[in-house]
Design a protein around this ligand. Structure first.
Ligand code: FAD
Length: 450
């Protein structure tokens, strides 16, 4: 095997993964004047939000839905301008987001490495000195002063030897995974009329079911299809649809869901889900055509390139966010993100503790905060982590994993990296409130300032 180094690149900030959090981290650092390298295994930015077809942005559960990210606000605005999003920008077309992100990433001081896989880390004592990557040009080393692990799975932290947790502390199992898809050619009006007969009346078609929810209007139809052998039970455990702005004949499906092959860092499980996911999508398409008015001419318009991973490695950071922090709506002096999204653990039996969300939006606007210390990787001098793999227990992660929160973490990390470099401040000793102040100065809306 030829492991010679064919190329090298030096930046100030190396962002690993151009996904939900990583793309924003790169833009944030570049906006602070840093030279940024952005490494991505696929040929597009956005990660789960684009290649995983995850839409819409979940509501933060806070009145006014603050994004805690000026970049997220700008992206949402641009998507609305292009007709690729509706409302406050939360409902969006993944394909349009992919284009908009690249518009924001097209800056002289951002060097994008697409089709480039992070395969190892060069670590000296407690610092990272470079990221080993592999692409069609060969093997390279990309180095910088600060590294941001936004790979979703904490690949960089893991390869650096940082500690991590994974799965439910009680069962060891990771959250279920899904392979999302979109169908075109649907007569939405006809389907909407059909749903209305079952009591579902909404302009924005969005509905979900789980088997235990026997009151769900379409429950009898799913049960009939299972009895007839047209669906299997798992098809009906979690089924969710969303309208897609700008696509009048399209629905996005948050399924099929898998409850057993759930290890997001095991290629066998990932392969299994892609192969069996496609079979399930075909089965579901046949079901819609047979049982649901409006689907007569439906066709598969997109299947996710990325398997939808809800939770895999959770990297050990200076502060590990706990379930209790979320349930108690805990605030931190170094809070960089705010959310009131519920604890949302999928499974054949849902563990959804909806009581943590006060959707009345009255009183003191309950929400919790994520402290800056939860993105600083323990034991490594120059590594931050952003996205679903930050330091948190299993239950806390189930709430913080939503996209608005991941984007805000990316922004916080991008800004923290710049402050650290400009002022020669140790990431572990940085005053996180400084990061949040800077985010607000740039225009980020927090619950306290809207
Ligand atoms: C099925 C499903 C449905 C969901 N539904 C919603 C929803 O409706 N609303 C909501 O707000 N949230 C939802 N979420 C949660 C949310 O989508 C994710 O938690 C969030 O997008 C994760 O962002 P991230 O930046 O951590 O990872 P990602 O967005 O996945 O980004 C990681 C990036 O790193 C790249 N990468 C990884 N490893 C490497 C490597 N070794 N080398 C190079 N590149 C690498 C990946 O290709 C990817 O681009 C859902 C999640 C799932 C799985």
């Amino acid at each position: 095997m030829n492991l010679k180094i064919q190329f090298t690149y030096e930046a100030d900030v190396v962002v690993c993964g151009a996904g939900t959090a990583g793309a924003i981290a790169a833009i944030a650092s570049a906006n602070e004047g840093k030279k940024v390298a952005l490494i991505e295994q696929f040929g597009a930015a956005g990660g789960s939000a684009t290649l995983g077809l995850v839409t819409p942005l979940m509501h933060t559960g806070i009145e006014g839905n603050p994004m805690c990210s000026y970049i997220s606000q700008k992206i949402n605005g641009k998507l609305i301008e292009y007709g690729g999003a509706s409302g406050d920008g939360s409902a969006f077309d993944p394909q349009m987001l992919s284009l908009v992100l690249e518009e924001f990433l097209a800056q002289d001081n951002i060097k994008i490495f697409y089709y480039t896989f992070i395969c190892d880390v060069l670590r000296k004592e407690d610092s990272i000195e470079g990221i080993f990557v592999q692409n069609k040009s060969g093997r390279g080393i990309i180095s910088g002063k600060v590294y941001i692990d936004a790979t979703g799975d904490g690949d960089v932290a893991y390869l650096s030897g940082a500690d991590f947790k994974s799965g439910d502390e009680e069962t060891g199992k990771n959250q279920p995974v899904s392979l999302r898809y979109m169908l075109g050619g649907i007569n939405i009006e006809k389907f909407r009329e059909f749903l209305a007969k079952y009591g579902h009346i909404s302009d924005n078609i969005s509905t979900a079911m789980t088997i235990p929810n026997r009151n769900w209007p379409l429950y009898p139809i799913f049960m009939e299809a299972i009895e007839n052998g047209d669906l299997v039970e798992d098809d009906a455990v979690y089924w969710q649809i969303f309208g897609v702005p700008g696509r009048k004949d399209t629905l996005a499906f948050n399924c099929p869901e898998f409850f057993d092959a759930t290890d997001g860092v095991d290629f066998e499980d990932l392969t299994h889900v892609q192969l069996h996911g496609k079979m399930a999508i075909m089965r579901q398409l046949k079901f819609y055509k047979k049982y649901l008015p409006g689907f007569e001419n439906a066709y598969i318009s997109q299947i996710a390139t990325m398997v939808g991973i809800r939770e895999s490695r959770r990297i050990v950071t200076d502060y590990m966010l706990k379930a209790d922090d979320i349930l108690a709506h805990r605030k931190f002096v170094d809070g960089i993100v705010q959310s009131n999204y519920p604890i949302d653990i999928h499974g054949r039996k849902l563990r959804l503790e909806a009581n943590v969300v006060d959707r009345s939006f009255e009183g003191n606007r309950p929400f919790y905060e994520i402290p800056y210390r939860s993105v600083v990787v323990k034991g490594i001098d120059n590594l931050l982590v952003a996205g679903r793999c930050i330091g948190a227990d299993f239950v806390a992660q189930s709430s913080l994993r939503i996209m608005p929160t991941c984007r805000a973490m990316g922004e916080a990390c991008g800004i923290a990296a710049a402050i650290s470099i400009d002022n020669n401040i140790d990431l572990h000793k940085m005053d996180g409130s400084r990061v949040r102040k800077h985010m607000i100065k740039r225009g980020a809306e927090f619950a306290d300032n809207i």
